[in-house]
Design a protein around this ligand. Structure first.
Ligand code: ADP
Length: 362
């Protein structure tokens, strides 16, 4: 059976003066899905998250949660809990009191609260820390208290606004694994805002790219990483090898794109293109083969391009070569083995498999 939607956002618009924070955004999030809103700062992610939680009132559009319209409900009457940026714990309350606070406000029996707090502390990995005060906790532990405090309310949806931004890089990676595990255990929908693509990829079932108040595209982490439809997405997920050009020729299997008078041939992945149309191409740095140009292999074909090495950097697991093309564009090549005969200023040929280039409409 198809999953029902936990959240349905329709035509959401929010303006601040003449700034459009959200421009007609539509979004569906399934029950039990870990959904990430990813995009550059100022793109509208937080505005969208807060509109779902009821902290922001949109100008128009609607939000349904579990089939119920919540447009007129304040945050505390929506079936959502929110984990805010930073830690925001009550400094004068210990861990148990912080976690149980929301239930205490609902006048729930003390013993019931104690029971639930203990279960929640086990779940988020805070066992034995009930009497600690917030200042006696590490950043990761404080974040766990925040999570426990939100989850104990047993709402249908957990909203997380840049939840890991205050943690250092290693802790952020560890917490990603824990967040994902936690979400699968509790089984409710998580909606997580971040500008960090690695964080998004490691937790999400699905990702929406949000920029400039608009939904750019949505997909699984693999779809977004390996097959971004949009040039913006390709650039945002860290693909620096973007070429601008025009369609020179195409048939059912191949497309030839003219890039500053160099022809690049790619596989035709059912692209809808016309001759002379402006398009962009992207290719991952690890999909390019780099080879020293010698007099004997100086013939250049349509899936080869020539350039000069401007920089070689050893980065632990791989070596990065920066190559400058005839049109001065810089290309990154990532090789998992050091190619011993390559030096800075060498002329090299770059080649690829036809299907490794992706075509994006501009
Ligand atoms: P993100 O979460 O992607 O960083 P935001 O949703 O915070 O983006 O912001 C989207 C746009 O709305 C930005 O241009 C931001 O400056 C603007 N904005 C957000 N909140 C306010 C506010 N309270 N007053 C004025 N402009 C705001």
């Amino acid at each position: 059976m198809a999953k029902t939607n936990a959240i349905e956002v329709k035509n959401l618009v929010k303006t601040y003066g003449n700034v459009y924070a959200l421009k007609n955004v539509d979004l569906n999030i399934a029950d039990g899905e870990y959904f990430v809103l990813l995009g550059p700062s100022g793109g509208g992610k937080t505005t969208l998250l807060r509109s779902i939680g009821g902290f922001i009132r949109p100008d128009s559009g609607s939000v349904n949660i579990k089939g119920q319209n919540v447009d007129d409900l304040p945050p505390d009457r929506r079936p959502t809990s929110m984990v805010f940026q930073g830690f925001a714990l009550f400094p004068h309350m210990n861990v148990s009191q912080n976690i149980g606070y929301g239930l205490k406000l609902k006048s729930i029996d003390k013993n019931v609260i104690e029971n639930k707090v203990n279960k929640m502390m086990d779940l988020v990995g805070l066992k034995g820390l009930s009497n600690r005060m917030p200042h006696e906790l590490s950043g990761g532990q404080q974040q766990r208290v925040q999570l426990a405090r939100a989850l104990i309310l047993e709402n249908d949806v957990l909203l997380l606004d840049e939840p890991l931004s205050a943690l250092d890089a290693q802790l952020r990676k560890d917490m990603c694994i824990e967040l994902k595990r936690l979400q699968k255990t509790v089984g409710i929908s998580f909606v997580h805002v971040t500008h960090n693509q690695e964080e998004a990829m490691s937790v999400a079932d699905r990702i929406a790219i949000i920029a400039d108040g608009e939904m750019v595209e949505q997909g699984t982490p693999k779809e977004i990483y390996s097959n971004p439809k949009n040039k913006f997405t390709a650039e945002f997920i860290g693909e620096k090898n973007i070429f601008e050009g025009r369609i020179k020729d195409f048939n059912k299997t191949k497309v030839v794109v003219d890039i500053d008078n160099d022809n690049i041939e790619i596989a035709n992945n059912n692209y809808k293109v016309e001759k002379n149309q402006k398009v962009s191409l992207s290719i991952k740095s690890e999909s390019i083969q780099i080879k020293k140009m010698s007099k004997t292999n100086s013939k250049v074909s349509n899936n080869q391009i020539v350039g000069k090495i401007s920089e070689i950097t050893f980065l632990g697991q791989f070596v990065r070569y920066l190559v400058v093309l005839n049109n001065n564009q810089e290309i990154q090549v990532r090789s998992y083995e050091e190619i011993v005969n390559l030096k800075v200023h060498d002329t090299v040929s770059l080649s690829w498999k036809l299907e490794d280039f992706l075509l994006h409409q501009n």
